[in-house]
Design a protein around this ligand. Structure first.
Ligand SMILES: Nc1ncnc2c1ncn2[C@@H]1O[C@H](COP(=O)(O)OP(=O)(O)OP(=O)(O)O)[C@@H](O)[C@H]1O
Length: 751
């Protein structure tokens, strides 16, 4: 399928609003859990035992309060329960045992240790193997399961199992072992919207699906103001044109990963792109489709294996976490000694049918923060994260300490097997789109920028199997930490507009995608070619002034598509009810003290006498590592010795100004990105200038040439060359100075 781009002449393809509700649960097997399952009465009663500190007893009480019943009798588990579980599961501890702060304070459910125990529970490794993938059991072989008819007693509803019920790629996987790439970058082009059509904008994107290539036709002006078109070619893992349905998007992106999450894989799918380009439109149907397939596998291939599906939905707004299924309750992210991340307070719903999941998605979307800005009045300004976790309940061979904890066989904590995270990112231009808005919007923009940069770095590190994953670069990547380690899969969907007015943003989005994919082991050699030759392989003319403005186009504002009825019939535009407190003022002082306090805490942290001190240490350490993560190779982060007085001040300041280092990091990340963009532009300019030089050299050799004209042109060229180099040098020096300052600054604060 090839989509034509019209440049010069107009040729617009209006697929219009293609969405239809595609995900009915009619053909699903529905497992109805007994309404009495779970419940506070099943939790351990012995919290007053000496093994629990008073703060843990408080936590436990909160846990009991937050164990609620959700819609359709679903059982909700608040992660508030984590501290208690952590305490008991981390060792075979007896009541009264001394517990170190590192085990208590972070309040983490020790999923890692649970996972380890679980290994033997999984039928077979290697999900590409049919036997392994479907439990490796003759009793439940794929074919037998799929042709069977299950009784309503067993599954709640009689459903005929035919091959057509199964996702295509599941069947294909057995013929394509190892075919699911660790990182997949997919680009989706949306149709021109009403506004773009009324402004007579052209479709400047041509897609060739069979070669996975995409060309952007950028109109530029020469110095004499004549127009010319520059072609930018990209190759990705898949390119989807405006005719591609959401169902096809699902099949191309998420469907192939689903079997893997039953095999201890953490998968992440996210949409990236400028506001109004279809991120939400693309992302919203995916979790429902995925849940449908997960439930199918649970009810067929993994029947009777104790798998459960858990659903949670939260957002990151202005660097803070809010539960979208619990009235935007503010959440807190913690990390334990094993660096397992836990979102304290997040409600998780155990779900067993698609209708419930649909209701939860609708509820979460309705709660999600959106705001009005100059760019898109219905724009998402938060990152929404929807997680589907496959867990497995503890069987009769459970470890003894569980039995002790759980007061019999009921309400045992399920262990996480795999997870699928769907992320609808805030508009990618938000970081830059701040000039007309208030301080809060600017701060949101900074956080968004930071998240996007950090996300890209994590994905790249992930694919190149780097030991150090810079997930501490942002809240988003910290939250997704467990998706960046171990067995993981990532799908990135870049959503782009076809219109002339969005060309700059489109190129930025594609370059972001390109950089995620480039330098990776699995990247397409063809694409590497285009990456190294900065997308200029087929430039058709020679501009002298080809520096592109690096600011959002005002023409992109107030985007509305042809069909403006709300995308899925679900509410999206909800005004935020509260403004989370923000504290992003940057001062260098705190970083200095932060640096000082870190090394001291390295020695003293475990002896911190109060939970507050220990928390301060943890927070301090995290921020410090964050800063270290982004120092370039060769710039070592030296940790100085400090006096106890310095340490005290440092801890205090970290608690009161904890975001200042984030802000500083944000500066560094943004500068790094800007430098690379400026360098790329400089290379483009140089190529164009060289062409121009060749041209005037040819001209000067022609008989009857105008010497004056040659001299004028040469002067202009040389000035432009010099300006370009000087600008880049200045930017580079500035960036180096910041890095050096950090280094000198840290070193000089030593003895
Ligand atoms: N591929 C597509 N086909 C048809 N309509 C689309 C497509 N992509 C997006 N749209 C429409 O474009 C509009 C904007 O899309 P959407 O809200 O998903 O953008 P977004 O990238 O999530 O924006 P924001 O970052 O502001 O949340 C919606 O009305 C949506 O229905």
């Amino acid at each position: 399928m090839t989509s034509s781009a019209a440049v010069g002449g107009r040729q617009m393809q209006r697929s219009g609003h293609q969405h239809q509700r595609q995900y009915s649960s009619d053909q699903l097997l529905v497992d109805s859990f007994p309404s009495g399952a779970g419940g506070s009465g099943k939790w351990p009663q012995n919290i007053s035992s000496p093994g629990f500190s008073s703060s843990q007893q408080v936590e436990y009480s909160r846990m009991l309060r937050s164990a609620q019943r959700g819609m359709n009798g679903e059982f909700m588990l608040s992660m508030d329960s984590a501290p208690l579980m952590s305490l008991r599961s981390s060792s075979q501890r007896k009541a009264g045992d001394v517990v170190s702060p590192s085990e208590l304070s972070p309040g983490i459910l020790d999923l890692q240790s649970f996972d380890t125990e679980l290994l033997t529970d999984i039928a077979a490794p290697g999900f590409y193997d049919v036997g392994g993938r479907f439990g490796n059991s003759r009793e439940h072989s794929f074919d037998e399961l799929e042709t069977g008819i299950y009784s309503s007693k067993q599954f709640g509803k009689a459903t005929s199992m035919t091959d057509s019920n199964l996702p295509k790629s599941f069947a294909l996987e057995k013929d394509k072992p190892g075919s699911v790439a660790k990182i997949k970058v997919v680009v989706r082009k949306r149709p021109l919207n009403k506004k773009e059509i009324s402004k007579k904008e052209d479709d400047i994107i041509a897609i060739e699906q069979h070669t996975n290539s995409l060309t952007v036709y950028e109109t530029k002006l020469k110095v004499d103001l004549t127009e010319y078109v520059e072609k930018h070619e990209f190759v990705f893992d898949a390119v989807l044109n405006e005719d591609v349905s959401n169902d096809e998007v699902y099949r191309e992106t998420v469907e192939p990963i689903i079997p893997a999450i039953f095999q201890r894989t953490k998968a992440t799918c996210f949409a990236y792109g400028q506001t109004g380009n279809g991120k939400t439109y693309t992302m919203q149907p995916l979790p429902l489709r995925a849940s449908q397939d997960i439930l199918r596998l649970m009810h067929h291939a993994y029947r009777n294996q104790g798998f459960q599906l858990f659903f949670s939905f939260f957002e990151i707004y202005g660097g803070k976490l809010y539960d979208l299924l619990n009235d935007r309750r503010k959440l807190c992210m913690r990390e334990d000694g094993k660096q397992q991340v836990c979102i304290v307070g997040l409600l998780e719903y155990r779900v067993s049918n698609v209708d419930t999941i649909r209701e939860l998605i609708e509820k979460g979307n309705a709660t999600r923060s959106t705001g009005t800005t100059g760019a898109n009045e219905e724009s998402s300004r938060s990152h929404a994260i929807l997680q589907l976790a496959i867990k497995k309940s503890v069987d009769t061979n459970e470890p003894k300490h569980f039995k002790r904890l759980q007061d019999g066989n009921e309400s045992k904590p399920a262990r996480v097997i795999g997870k699928m995270s769907f992320i609808d990112l805030a508009g990618s231009e938000r970081g830059a789109d701040t000039t007309d808005n208030d301080k809060q919007t600017r701060i949101e923009g900074a956080e968004i920028n930071k998240s996007l940069l950090a996300l890209k770095e994590c994905i790249r590190a992930l694919d190149s199997d780097q030991v150090h994953i810079p997930f501490r670069g942002s809240k988003l990547t910290e939250v997704l930490r467990d998706s960046f380690i171990g067995n993981s899969r990532t799908v990135m969907i870049s959503c782009i507009s076809p219109s002339t007015g969005s060309c700059e943003h489109t190129l930025n989005t594609l370059r972001y995608a390109d950089r995620v994919k480039s330098l990776t082991k699995s990247s397409n050699p063809k694409k590497d070619l285009s990456s190294t030759a900065p997308n200029l392989r087929e430039s058709t003319a020679v501009p002298l002034s080809s520096v592109l403005p690096n600011h959002p186009s005002s023409e992109n504002s107030n985007i509305e598509l042809i069909n403006e009825t709300n995308k899925f019939g679900w509410p999206k535009h909800i005004t935020r009810e509260e403004s989370p407190p923000l504290n992003m003022e940057y001062t260098g002082r705190e970083d200095r003290q932060l640096a000082s306090s870190y090394s001291n805490h390295s020695n003293h942290s475990r002896n911190s006498s109060t939970p507050e001190e220990y928390d301060a240490y943890e927070q301090d350490k995290r921020s410090m590592r964050k800063a270290e993560s982004y120092l370039p190779a060769g710039v070592e982060h030296k940790t100085p010795k400090v006096t106890s007085q310095t340490r005290k001040v440092g801890v205090y300041d970290m608690n009161t100004n904890s975001l200042s280092s984030d802000d500083y990091l944000n500066y560094l990340l943004k500068e790094e990105e800007d430098l690379v963009v400026a360098h790329r532009r400089q290379v483009e300019d140089t190529i164009n200038i060289v062409r121009e030089e060749m041209k005037i050299l040819e001209e000067v050799d022609q008989p009857g040439n105008q010497l004056d004209e040659y001299i004028t042109k040469l002067n202009a060229i040389l000035s432009q060359k010099a300006d370009g180099i000087a600008n880049l040098q200045a930017r580079l020096a500035n960036f180096q100075r910041r890095l050096t300052e950090q280094n000198v600054f840290v070193s000089s604060s030593g003895p």
